[in-house]
Design a protein around this ligand. Structure first.
Ligand code: FAD
Ligand code: AMP
Length: 457
């Protein structure tokens, strides 16, 4: 292929394919190179697979507890093959949607491994049959994502020890017990799924709290809620080794300076992800990196002029919508349309039960920036929709500037938190005050009435 492109994107995850679509919209002749399946980690091994499994687990729990709502049913059972079938159909349907959008936008999609082969902005594509061709471009966007990071724990290669890639494709009978190493977002979401399916779940987390990147109260409340449902959760517990036993795996970990052990039928290693750049650069063509992540400026330009990088490969925020937002900003900068460098406002969501969401500043973060701020917290126990659907107790906390009442951030732990957080994203983006938010008329009965209550001082 001797065509010249305005932009070649490497990696068709939510960062890469949305950036390619935006580039086409702006009139760029665009190529998109993908070595595997369209949709990247998010669609094939991440966001969508976890959420289909969560939905199946919620259906199971809903039927098990339906008598509380006056509906009698027989004891339900889990058919993991059918659960995986639903996941596969969901992915296929969304893949078709993306492929259609790319075709309509006239993006040239190339199947193969892309690598940057010269400073002259050339991408070599090695197709699955081993043949190679070059794409010459004015710009290159690297959007190659990330892969599970496995710490050097002895025994981590034993059968039955998995990363999220394998666990999300597991189609056998639910495990009797599952040990999860790492209590970050992926660890707790997988814990929620398997706990709902009846598996005895243990989480070992090295830091003092679960989901430690978010407000402390969210991690503490989640730990209490999961323990109440029977999970065994150890924070401040660092895993040392894994060993095979007759019917599973034994784990040795260090907690409060003491060596402890626990056992489970299977183990999930959820200790984070690392940027994926395997085979991406030929000799002498790599931009500056730091501990594997590609370094970029506020417009996502790397140290090589004309080469940009976005999403998980930059190791900044590992979220699909962050990768997309970064991709749009990078492409608009290439087109000379983006000059502002205001930080992106990215909501974080955790799809546990109850759901968790956060946007903007926590009170501690506001104080660390010397902002005179306060927070206002309400419980979900007086919300009609929460009571009638028998939701667990949750809360919404809003952080605002003391003088102006300008909204700075919000942390939510309640039903529909991952949808409701967007109201706070709009409020922060538009510079709304607590009074502005409280003035909005929200329908009754609805979970969103909690937002009105949280904003009313
Ligand atoms: P990816 O989605 O990783 O896409 C990169 C693509 O590049 C891949 O398709 C890969 O095959 C391709 N590629 C790599 N190298 C090459 C090469 N040399 N040539 C050609 N192609 C190449 N985020 C959320 O926002 N919400 C969630 O609910 C959520 N849940 C998650 C659950 C799990 C279990 C995991 C693992 C992640 C989850 N994430 C979630 C994170 C989200 O999936 C990532 O942040 C997002 O996919 C990053 O997008 P990306 O475009 O940077 O890269
Ligand atoms: P995240 O980076 O959000 O995906 O979360 C990964 C989590 O795994 C972090 O909270 C880490 O503290 C935790 N972690 C990493 N290594 C270990 C280990 N050896 N034992 C227990 N937890 C770990």
């Amino acid at each position: 292929m001797n065509e010249h492109f305005d932009l070649t994107v490497i990696g068709a995850g939510p960062g890469g394919y949305e950036a390619a679509l935006e580039a086409a919209r702006l009139g760029f002749h665009t190529a998109l190179v993908e070595k595997d399946a369209i949709g990247g980690t998010c669609l094939n091994r991440g966001c969508i697979p976890t959420k289909t499994l969560i939905h199946s687990a919620e259906c199971y729990e809903g039927i098990k507890h339906s008598a509380r709502f006056g509906i009698q049913s027989q004891e339900p059972s889990v058919d993991m093959k059918a659960v995986q079938q639903h996941k596969a159909e969901t992915i296929a349907s969304l893949q078709t949607g993306i492929a259609t959008r790319l075709k309509t936008a006239k993006v040239t999609v190339c199947q193969g491994i892309g690598s940057v082969v010269s400073d002259g902005l050339l991408v070599r594509v090695t197709a699955p049959d081993g043949t190679a061709f070059d794409l010459e471009s004015d710009h290159i966007l690297l959007a190659t994502g990330s892969t599970p990071s496995i710490p050097p724990i002895p025994g981590s290669d034993l059968p039955g020890v998995m990363t999220s890639d394998e666990l999300l494709s597991y189609d056998g009978a639910p495990f009797d017990s599952l040990l999860i190493i790492g209590g970050g977002v992926i660890g707790v979401e997988c814990a929620g799924i398997w706990q709902a399916l009846g598996t005895k779940v243990t989480i070992l987390e090295a830091l003092p709290s679960l989901i430690a990147s978010l407000d402390r109260e969210l991690g503490q409340s989640l730990k209490l809620s999961m323990k109440k449902k029977g999970a065994d959760i150890h924070t401040g517990a660092s895993v040392r080794s894994l060993a095979a036993t007759e019917n599973g795996i034994r784990c040795t970990y260090l907690e409060k300076g003491k060596e402890q052990t626990c056992a489970a039928q299977a183990v999930l290693i959820a200790t984070g992800r690392r940027p994926y750049t395997e085979g991406l650069f030929s000799e002498g063509c790599a931009p500056a990196t730091e501990r594997g992540r590609i370094l970029v400026n506020e417009f996502y330009e790397t140290s090589i002029p004309g080469i940009y990088a976005i999403g998980d490969v930059t190791g900044q925020i590992s979220l699909a919508h962050a990768a997309t937002a970064q991709g749009l900003r990078a492409v608009r900068h290439m087109a000379g349309r983006e000059s502002a460098s205001a930080p992106l406002l990215i909501p974080s969501c955790v799809y546990t039960s109850p759901e968790i969401a956060s946007v903007g500043l926590t009170l501690d973060e506001a104080k660390a920036r010397s902002i005179v701020a306060k927070s206002h917290k309400i419980l979900s126990s007086a919300n009609g929709k929460s009571v009638l659907t028998l939701q667990e107790r949750g809360f919404i906390k809003v952080v605002y500037e003391e003088d102006s009442h300008l909204i700075l951030g919000a942390q939510l732990l309640c039903a529909r938190a991952t949808d409701m957080v967007s109201e706070f994203a709009v409020a922060i983006r538009q510079g709304l005050t607590m009074e502005d938010m409280a003035d909005v008329i929200r329908p009754h009965p609805s979970f969103s009435e909690m937002i009105t209550e949280a904003a009313r001082l």
